[in-house]
Design a protein around this ligand. Structure first.
Ligand SMILES: [Zn+2]
Ligand SMILES: [Zn+2]
Length: 72
């Protein structure tokens, strides 16, 4: 397991609480909270703006907007 964030390459903490969650994202906390554009859901929110949530694994949408991919 690499200990580097795959976006900003900062070293992933081993003593912060995220390590306990066994997340497999390879991202540091700040990148998890602020996904880069290509990591973001491509869904449009009810307000008509781009969804800022991280897209779900292997999908173009987050869990909230996952239904949008059904009519593709
Ligand atoms: Zn990072
Ligand atoms: Zn979304």
């Amino acid at each position: 397991m690499s200990g580097r964030c795959r976006i900003c390459k900062s070293k992933l903490g081993t003593r912060n609480h995220t390590s306990r969650m066994k997340t497999n994202t390879g991202l540091c906390v700040s990148c998890l909270r602020n996904p880069i554009e290509e990591e973001q859901c491509v869904g449009i929110t009810s307000k008509g703006v781009r969804c800022k949530l991280r897209k779900y694994k292997d999908a173009q949408y987050c869990k909230v907007h996952m239904w949008m991919c059904n009519d593709a």
